[in-house]
Ligand binder design. Structure first.
Ligand code: FES
Length: 499
């Protein structure tokens, strides 16, 4: 029997906003731009393109702002843990400067829209901090402050923060921000349909054929468009081999009610183990979101214990009264820590991608919208070379080789052990070897057994059971499936076979 966890298993963002109900795609539509994926990157790009006079159709497999954007901690900041010293050394000062400028411009883009459209989304300016409790990490903080100041970013070195526990050192970026991501994006979505533009939900894109126009094939029919943006988190039409260049990670969030006000600011430690930010509730109280316990997707082991360790950490440092919510999320990481935003390949003329936001999707997703708008309208943008998906840096090759060796090991060496299905308790799942072959077996609380193929429909890796989320997760590229076999998270497009 799985251990029970405190808090409601839903994201605060989803629990405090209404559900959307956009229609599915009708047959025979033609627009200027199709945007695949209704998260922050997709809706921002669609909004900016519609404002520039283009007709746009956003296609979402489920409901918009439900995926990664519905499960983020929603920090809008250019302070991406420690990145600027790294970027100067690995990509050069010009690219590091452009990366920082793009992030700061994204913050101002969101701020201006909230102000101009009077969007009620709990947007507030807030300082962001990366801190360390270890004397050995102090030098990294100092180097980051020096690098960020050199690039013209609003960085300050500190040895004291608003956190209620001592730190060794911290870097602070002034004038960053936080908001309620669903309130913000549902406001954008309200203004999108009309004048030839649309949002379609429950419409899974299966393939994109480049051309003039491009043909987008969905499970509801086809749509033609001059340009297509794939902003579906993990790209599915993967001719550019993103599967070999992205590393999906999962992490966990607790929304805590404290005795007293939470610390004011956006916080993360240098090891990216813990992230904190406050969020007001409609009842006037303010919760503290604590995130962490990250791991490679499909390799989380006892994911219930991850929530428990996060709670133990929080209770050891903060006056926690109650856990109100808990949820988990998935982010794609790139080897050089810069997202892939731009033409899918060097030869793509009308097919664009936005992925690999490295856990910083609020600014990088907004950068994606701005950059792709410019590429589609003008054919260029000053940040294009930095985010170019076709870039290649020889320094990244060893890590890419390691990453792909790990995936190959899962493909080739993951074995299913003979297990007695009776050892699977209520609420538990296991991949077992039976007389009928390998089976992903889940026993529900009523004792009913659900049998699925344990083979991921993306590229054939063996799935792992995720006890906290009750899902089947793939260790290769992060696809996830529900206990009924339905796709929860791509790149897989097809559900698991029933056994
Ligand atoms: Fe690629 Fe499962 S996600 S094999």
């Amino acid at each position: 029997m799985p251990k029970s966890l405190p808090g409601r298993p839903v994201s605060l963002w989803l629990d405090t906003t209404p559900e959307t109900g956009f229609p599915p795609l009708p047959e025979g539509l033609e627009v200027d731009v199709v945007v695949v994926g209704g998260g922050l990157a997709g809706l921002t790009a669609a909004t900016l393109l519609k404002e520039a006079g283009r007709t746009v159709a956003v296609l979402e497999a489920g409901r918009i702002v439900h995926g990664v954007t519905g499960h983020t901690t929603a920090k809008i900041t250019a302070l991406h843990t420690l990145i600027y010293d790294h970027l100067i050394r690995h990509a050069g000062e010009a690219k590091a400067r452009a990366y920082g400028e793009a992030q700061q411009a994204a913050i101002e883009q969101v701020a201006a829209r909230v102000r101009d459209k009077a969007i009620d989304c709990d947007f507030v300016r807030s300082d962001a901090y990366t801190y360390t409790e270890s004397p050995e990490e102090k030098g990294r903080i100092e180097a980051e402050v020096e690098a960020a100041q050199r690039l013209g970013l609003p960085a300050t070195y500190l040895e004291d923060t608003p956190l209620p526990f001592p730190v060794e050192a911290a870097v602070r970026f002034d004038g960053q921000a936080r908001f309620h991501p669903r309130k913000y994006l549902l406001a954008l979505a309200r203004d999108l349909p009309g004048e030839g533009s649309h949002i379609f939900e429950a419409t899974r894109v299966l393939d994109v054929t480049p051309g003039e126009p491009c043909q987008v094939t969905t499970d509801r029919g086809r749509v033609a468009a001059r340009d297509v943006i794939v902003a579906s988190h993990f790209p599915f039409a993967d001719k550019a081999l993103f599967a070999s260049r992205l590393q999906p990670h999962r992490s966990y969030v607790l929304a805590l009610r404290l005795d007293g006000p939470p610390p004011d600011g956006l916080f993360i430690d240098t090891g990216e183990n813990f992230s904190l930010r406050p969020q007001p509730l409609p009842d006037g109280d303010t919760l503290l979101l604590v995130g962490g316990e990250g791991h490679r997707a499909g390799e989380g082991g006892d994911t219930v214990a991850r929530y428990q360790r996060l709670e133990v950490w929080a209770r050891g440092r903060l006056p926690v009264r109650a856990v109100e919510y808990r949820w988990s999320t998935q982010d794609n990481f790139t080897v050089d820590r810069i997202p892939y935003i731009g033409p899918t390949t060097q030869h793509s003329r009308h097919l664009y991608v936005a992925t690999g936001f490295n856990g910083w999707g609020m600014t990088n997703g907004t950068v994606a919208g701005m950059l792709l708008r410019d590429l589609i309208l003008e054919g260029d943008n000053p940040w294009a070379a930095v985010f170019d998906p076709s870039r290649m840096n020889l320094n990244d090759v060893p890590e890419l080789v390691r990453q792909n060796a790990r995936i190959a090991a899962h493909l080739v060496a993951d074995r299913v052990h003979r297990t007695d299905p009776d050892t699977v308790g209520p609420g538990e799942g296991k991949v077992v070897h039976t007389l009928h072959g390998n089976v992903a077996l889940y026993r529900d609380e009523a004792g009913l057994i659900h049998r699925l193929s344990p083979v991921c429909t993306h590229m054939g890796c063996i799935l792992h059971w995720n006890p906290a989320e009750r899902s089947w997760d793939c260790p290769c590229h992060g696809s996830r499936f529900g206990v009924g076999g339905e796709v929860l998270h791509g790149p897989a497009l097809r559900p698991l076979e029933k056994k």
